[in-house]
Design a protein around this ligand. Sequence first.
Ligand SMILES: *Cc1c(COP(=O)(O)O)cnc(C)c1O
Length: 365
Amino acid sequence: MTRPVRARINLQALAHNLSRARKAAPDSRIMAVIKANAYGHGVIPVARALAAADAFAVASLEEAMQLREAGVRHEILLLEGVFDAGELELAVTHQLQLVVHCEQQVRWLEQFRSGASVHLWLKVDTGMHRLGFAPDVAQAMWQRLQRLSYVKTGGLRWLSHLACADELSSPVNDRQLERFAEVMRFSESLQGRAVEGSLANSAALLTRPDMHFDWVRPGIMLYGASPLLPAHTADAALRPVMTLESRLIAVHQRRKDEAIGYGQTWVCPEDMPVGIVAAGYGDGYPRHAPSETPLLLNGKPVGLLGRVSMDMLCVDLRSQPQAQPGDPVVLWGEGLPVETLAQQAGTISYELFCKLSPRVPRVYE
Ligand SMILES: *Cc1c(COP(=O)(O)O)cnc(C)c1O
């Protein structure tokens, strides 16, 4: 038998979650966000399972090329646009759409000549204060980009990103919406017709219909994790896509006062059985998960003991003294929401997914 850790990827759950997104935003088109190897799930099988999406979004030309090479014909948006002028030619050849977030990119586009038409998404900073133009500058940029001969009618659109969409009561959300609506109105009055825009990530898709506009950009919800803080019942209908699982590889009877693992941080309070699971931070299980973080053994919760090591971790078998090497363990996924572990380990589901190690085989079903 090979080392038993694996990530089962349920492609039906992925398609189900996409249909939940459709139901929640019936009047918008869906740009499925599959950057960072589809949040660690494996970008090619994920793109195939999400073929019903209207477009895909990725973080780089390399990620987009991987999709084109696999025969994916959807519209693909580069969320940070091009990183140098040299990428423009390739981006246009492969019919990629570009975010434009800085003046340098505007200058590259002004010097660029193309026979093909190009779709640009002008990024306005409505309050995230990370990428994009302040609203007044953005309006000036709109006018410059509108003059490009290769940008056809409808080929220039607005995009912005929300800073606090996971916090439903944050006043930042309404401020950002207001600023976004204002630039939309500006360009519509300038052009004398409707212009397309996109503001909502997963959290806004599920909770703010007034933020849907023409395109929604769900990421995390497609993978079945809640985008809301704290994880919310409103998205109970999402199904987890990834289940990280392994097996017990040893069971020991320990004596009271024996300490477990690196640093000897956890000391047995009584004579007790301890199990060793073949999974560790080298697989992407967070090293900072504290003792008592739940795992599922034979479908029932057991607690983590002591420090997580690279290839192994230890669990408390007092509730399952009959457990044996070979018994199945779930680290997160079906039956054990990834958010639970994320919260225990002081991180978010996004990071756990992205840090799943390449050495963990993904098994698609
Ligand atoms: C990653 C990303 C998204 C998706 O966000 P989720 O919270 O995963 O839904 C949407 N828009 C942009 C610009 C992003 O970078």
